[in-house]
Design a protein around this ligand. Structure first.
Ligand SMILES: NC(=O)c1ccc[n+]([C@@H]2O[C@H](COP(=O)([O-])OP(=O)(O)OC[C@H]3O[C@@H](n4cnc5c(N)ncnc54)[C@H](OP(=O)(O)O)[C@@H]3O)[C@@H](O)[C@H]2O)c1
Length: 433
């Protein structure tokens, strides 16, 4: 195989793994690696110079491929743009920069005849993107749903043992599964970026991350975990990207004028016997539904040094193998529209709900709740009350399918009622996208 010269931005968790794997692939020659600090102690150093001057890589005409594993939006996006303009192919693990700037980067790559490979940006070591892009090429992808964030899955798995959210987060941070600032993971931003990238591949449009409904896991309590289990469920943070909204229409018009897709991230009660319920710890699990193949389930390590490096180096090997083919970039590049789409707002989705309400233990409360739900088209499948007479009680309700707007209206009305001490939680129950 012909020798391919690479430059890399970043030598952190993923970059170090890439260096390790590249040592076994002599035809992939790493010429230079850019880092932030030359003084940092490193667990592994590549067999090539390090630099803090990214321009040395971008302006080097011998470097054909830029491996971007430094992360973040800025200044990364400008480095990628300039490298593309210098006709370098890109291999990146960066979902944030793709979700926010993907349409422009892909258009620029097309203009300059280069390819962007991005397997590592979603689901780490699981070959999810190549499965959708190449393995399922004969299909119209209908939906991609799953556990796309290992940090939150680790925290939720840990809470099942009775730990609080705070204790589970602390342990995740101590074990290196969560950042010191966990916001991107626990508030759903990381999953939203990944869904935008998945939508680009599955539906041909990036979805603007700011339009994606995001609900994280901060409000999940040990009590919710225990109640879910009692009712035959496990709580998971699920991301969904579906072609049409689950109201049954085949897509709706977003504010951009493009088709709006059903793209969202929120905690979900998953039945214990469902394949996603068995995905534990920092793993990822994804269901892909194609019109011809039906449903596939992929489960495996969604992050970490070597699984993510496996995806990056897999991309490099694919790229190197095909680089000299005529019209190589257009063969490999998925057809992605230059204008991003919007996600449909949550008010139009339909799914069952789990509700935990804390109420004053006075006569007639259950009837009043039933009346409010009835006026908002909400049909209750199960309702139980627990508590000490004369004090507060916990009411747990499972509903049949409800439109998001009806549930919002019912909760708004409930919040005004004297009998409600607090709205414990309202969590969606899994429904196939
Ligand atoms: N970690 C994972 O499990 C995982 C999984 C999937 C995808 N990803 C993605 O992979 C990318 C890298 O993640 P990571 O965990 O490896 O990050 P990381 O450990 O924080 O490493 C970042 C690297 O980039 C370098 N860097 C930062 N800013 C720079 C700048 N302005 N110029 C030059 N170098 C700079 C840092 O240099 P110093 O070493 O000098 O500080 C460091 O080597 C991110 O996009 C992330 O989302 C990570």
């Amino acid at each position: 195989m012909a020798r391919v010269v690479l430059g890399m931005l970043g030598l952190g968790t993923v970059g170090t793994g890439v260096v390790e794997l590249l040592s076994k692939h002599r035809h992939l020659t790493l010429k230079k690696v850019a880092v932030k600090s030359l003084d940092k102690e490193r667990s592994a150093t590549p067999n090539c110079p390090l630099t803090t001057d990214v321009e040395e890589i971008i302006n080097d005409p011998e470097i054909e491929v830029l491996v971007e594993v430094m992360g973040g939006e800025n200044p990364t996006v400008s480095y990628l743009e300039r490298a593309i303009k210098k006709r370098k192919h890109i291999v990146t693990a960066n979902k944030e920069v793709l979700a926010k700037h993907g349409p422009r980067l892909f258009a620029l790559a097309k203009e300059h005849g280069v390819a962007i490979f991005f397997e590592a940006s979603v689901a780490g070591g699981i070959p999810l993107l190549s499965t959708i892009h190449k393995g399922l090429e004969a299909n119209e992808i209908e939906s991609v749903t799953g556990i796309l964030n290992g940090t939150t899955n680790f925290i939720l798995s840990n809470m099942e043992a009775g730990n609080s959210y705070a204790a589970a987060l602390k342990e995740a941070q101590e074990l290196g599964f969560a950042e010191a600032d966990p916001t991107a993971d626990v508030d759903g931003f990381d999953v939203a970026y990944k869904l935008s990238v998945l939508a680009a591949l599955a539906f041909g449009h990036f979805v603007k991350p700011e339009t994606i409904y995001k609900e994280g896991i901060r409000n999940i309590t040990e009590e919710d975990m225990a109640l879910a289990k009692e009712f035959g469920y496990r709580i998971k943070l699920l991301g969904t990207a579906a072609r049409g909204s689950n109201t049954g229409s085949s897509g709706s018009t977003g504010s951009s004028g493009n088709t709006g897709f059903d793209v969202r991230v929120h905690p979900t009660l998953v039945p214990l016997d469902h394949p996603l319920a068995s995905v534990s710890g920092p793993n990822n699990g994804i269901l892909v539904r194609g019109h011809a193949v039906g449903q596939l389930t992929l489960i495996g390590p969604g992050a970490g040094k070597m699984p993510t490096a496996s995806a990056v180096v897999g991309d490099l090997m694919n790229l190197a193998g095909a680089l000299k083919l005529p019209d190589f970039a257009s063969y490999f590049q998925p057809a992605i529209d230059a204008s991003p789409a919007s996600a449909v707002p949550p008010l139009a989705w339909k799914c069952p709900f789990y509700l935990r309400l804390v109420v004053k233990d006075t006569p007639g409360v259950i009837g009043k709740i039933g009346n409010i739900f009835g006026t908002h088209n909400i049909s209750i499948s199960t309702i139980i009350q627990r508590g000490v007479e004369g004090k507060e009680a916990t009411v747990v309700i499972m509903t049949h399918d409800v439109l998001g707007k009806d549930m919002d209206a019912a909760l708004d009305e409930l919040k005004k009622c004297d009998f409600l001490s607090s709205l414990g939680n309202a969590i969606r129950i899994f429904r196939s996208a």
